[in-house]
Design a binder for this molecule. Structure first.
Ligand code: PEP
Ligand code: CO
Length: 454
């Protein structure tokens, strides 16, 4: 008789990733400075709690069964400079608006996860950036170095991790206040409409949804239902996430849960592995295999069915619903060819994952003006192709993963405002990838709702 294949990774520990090749790690000029910072982070309180990560796993388990939809959205890269209460509030407003549109039109709950409160680190295609003959380290996100193109600014500085930790803590504090303290109350559904979209087509469509909700609430109250005591109407669960890129930072925030004895990465509720760091024997997969948070993995056009199944085995050996979110980011024209084999292979292997569509990262290109952009039509096309592929494979298209902001930026082309190439320079503020503005995001939500319903 052959011995059973062991489930899980028995020599895992928070530092076991150090025995593997870790792609996309900064070269810290003075390694001892990194140790000083991580020692300090190790003594800091956790940003999130294990029980919250477990609640998210439960909600995602429902999504994997087709009983919910995951909206995963936020900045490509948060920055230290744009850290204001208004920014956080407006991003939350758009995500709440999108989730209300989705829930109202589809009848299934929307699980809300932000790319927020810690989305600071970026993998880059080249470690070096050249401008006018000068070569400097690329910008790796505010938690590593500064955006400005000069030698001092671009030097990786581990002290930035402490600033990142503190900004994440303050952001979470505000998010908790907004989502639990009355702002996210369904009675305020009208007030989430952002001023600059209220008079536009998406804004008016949103008002109709908000009116419908108000009528439903009034109806229930008239029937004698005591709405004041229905807590679900007055608060929402909002979860945080980021790409777990800088492993020294993630390791320092990893704690053993006193209740279960399991390890959790307490820097966010959900962590994901990027398309560039999902090597099966690599450090990122090793690190996340041992923490019990829900985990995302991005799968680009190069991902093979064997890659997908190997990642599932490694990250979800016990085949647990709610553990894994596989994020397809193929590029609109690759979905029909590349995604179906992955869907089939993972289904055959028996992993109850959530399938998500990231329609952003495979559709980025350089506009002739020099700005990196994405066209709203390509984004929509990728989402539609994703739904078609999932439906044909009898898989629930359970999630979207998008980069957006609550502001009226001009970073992506097309959509409600029909942003044109020559307008990109008007309000192009992202530190990294182009984001949907509030109007484009709401437009996406309405179209998504139609797709989910169909
Ligand atoms: C991102 O989500 O910002 C990102 C870098 O994505 P990907 O790993 O899919 O390229
Ligand atoms: Co991005």
């Amino acid at each position: 008789m052959t011995a059973p294949v062991p489930l899980g990774n028995f020599d895992w520990e928070p530092a076991s990733w150090r025995r593997r090749a870790a792609a996309h790690q900064p070269e810290w000029p003075v390694p001892a400075d990194l140790d000083t910072v991580t020692d300090e982070l190790r003594r800091m309180p956790p940003l999130v709690f294990a029980g919250e990560a477990r609640s998210l796993r439960e909600s995602l388990a429902a999504v994997s069964k087709g009983e919910g939809f995951l909206l995963h959205a936020g900045d490509c890269a948060e920055s230290f400079a744009e850290f204001t209460a208004d920014n956080i509030r407006d991003k939350l407003k758009v995500i709440l608006q999108m989730s209300v549109v989705l829930t109202y039109s589809t009848g299934v709950p929307t699980v809300k996860v932000g790319r927020i409160a810690g989305q600071f680190a970026k993998p880059r295609s080249s470690p070096i950036e050249k401008r006018d003959g000068q070569e400097l380290p690329s910008y790796f996100g505010d938690i590593v170095n500064d955006f400005a193109f000069d030698a001092i600014a671009r030097r990786p500085d581990p002290q930035r991790m402490l600033r990142g930790y503190n900004q994440a803590a303050a952001t979470l504090n505000l998010l908790r206040a907004f989502t639990k303290g009355g702002f996210a109350d369904l009675n305020r559904v009208h007030q989430w409409n952002l001023e600059f979209i209220a008079s536009r087509r998406e804004g008016r469509r949103y008002e109709e949804v908000a009116d419908g909700i108000e009528r439903a609430l009034n109806f229930m109250a008239a029937c004698g239902i005591d709405l004041a005591h229905e807590t679900q109407l007055h608060a929402v669960d909002f979860y945080t996430s980021h790409e777990a890129l800088i492993l020294a930072f993630e390791e320092a925030l990893t704690r053993r849960d006193s209740l279960t004895g399991d390890w959790y990465d307490c820097s966010a509720h959900l962590l994901w592995i990027g398309d560039r760091t999902r090597q099966i024997d690599g450090a990122h997969v090793e690190f996340l295999s041992g923490v019990q948070n829900p985990i995302g993995v991005k799968l680009g056009p190069d991902a093979t069915p064997d890659d997908a199944v190997a990642l599932c085995r490694r990250l979800d050996p016990a085949r647990e619903a709610g553990r894994l979110v596989l994020v397809s980011r193929m590029g609109a024209d690759n979905v029909a060819e590349r995604l179906p084999p992955l869907l089939r292979a993972v289904t055959r292997a028996g992993h109850p994952v959530v399938w998500a569509c990231d329609p952003m990262h495979g559709n980025t290109y350089a506009h002739e003006s020099g700005y990196k952009t994405r066209h709203f039509d390509a984004v929509m096309h990728e989402v539609e192709q994703f739904f078609l592929a999932c439906r044909a494979a009898d898989v629930w298209p359970g999630a979207v993963h998008v980069e957006l902001t609550g502001d009226d930026v001009t970073e992506c082309l097309g959509g409600g405002d029909d942003v044109r190439g020559e307008q990109l320079e008007n309000k192009y503020e992202t530190r990294c990838d182009p984001r949907l503005n509030a109007r484009q995001s709401l437009d996406l939500a309405f179209r998504l709702a139609e797709l989910v319903r169909r």
